[in-house]
Design a binder for this molecule. Sequence first.
Ligand SMILES: [Zn+2]
Length: 148
Amino acid sequence: MTIIIRVPQQAEEENIMSELKTHQGACHCGAVKFEIDAPSQLHAHACNCSICYQSGGDQMIVPTSRFRLLCGEDAITTYTFNTGAAQHTFCKHCGIKAFYTPRSNPDGFSVNLRCLDRTHVESIVVDSFDGQNWEQNAGALAHLSREG
Ligand SMILES: [Zn+2]
């Protein structure tokens, strides 16, 4: 007897869409280089909290296992404020914050998609995130640093 388990077509398409590519990223001067594993269709948040609003950037949270720092550990310096939970890491040469450790997801990284090479990027959808009311909204981001 043969048992055939059919995969619904929609699920198949979603699998293709979520196939992970390796995206290269860097700060402006190139001292800090990293790579992430992520789909080619990316989903970012634009946050309006006190620091994100000033620094700008389209942020996407990835699990630690999908982030690799390639070089520039000695070029990275860290700014903290308020609770000190978020580690706002940036390049001390060019000032660009290509990625950091967010307070919402201390077990992951938030990557600035504007610092990614576009070779494998098909699209970027940017949703607004109301970081001015962080306590009410941060829970919606918690799953983003988990695998799967
Ligand atoms: Zn730099």
